[in-house]
Design a protein around this ligand. Sequence first.
Ligand SMILES: [Zn+2]
Length: 216
Amino acid sequence: MRIILLGPPGAGKGTEAELLVKHYHIPHISTGNIFRALYKDNTTVGKIAKEYIDRGQLVPDDITNEIVRNRLNHADAKKGFLFDGYPRNVDQAAWFDELLIQKEWKLDAVINIYVPDEVLIERISGRRVCESCGAVYHVTNKKPNVEGICDVDGGKLIQRADDMEETVQRRLRVYNEQTEPVIGYYQNKGAIVMIDGTQSIKEVDTAIKKVLGEMN
Ligand SMILES: [Zn+2]
């Protein structure tokens, strides 16, 4: 199964991605997570990427595409994959099509989860993350037992720089300008499915699996 999951930041892509990769036993490829890991490992690419991400901008295409090419060379990607957060603009989508042709791979589905901007801003700017284990909380929807403290390991909860409201506004602007056209790109190829992301996680999951031919 080869899937691309599209949708604005905060649409719940990450959560849906986890459910789908478990179900289909395919790797979850998030360029955002790869960049964060590269930054933690102190690599130059990681440091460059972080500067863009913290400003709410896209990491340059040549860097992102190379990361994707390398990741798809890993053995686990032969079984399929789920992309979350890539492609981010039409140039990346076209580059990715070329790569798939080279590999003689076909996409099974491009899924777009859509959510209105106001809902996204509320969802993202309320997000808090555990400094030590990465567990995710929300100031209104998913409070920890003790304010500011992780339920799992007692770690301190912080707001990621790219989750701050001002950065979120910028991320959404970048998304609307650059990533929205990607939806049009796949629409022209007749290859995209639209899912309402304001539904519950379970409803979104059911809708996606229906699309993938799991349920009727
Ligand atoms: Zn924790």
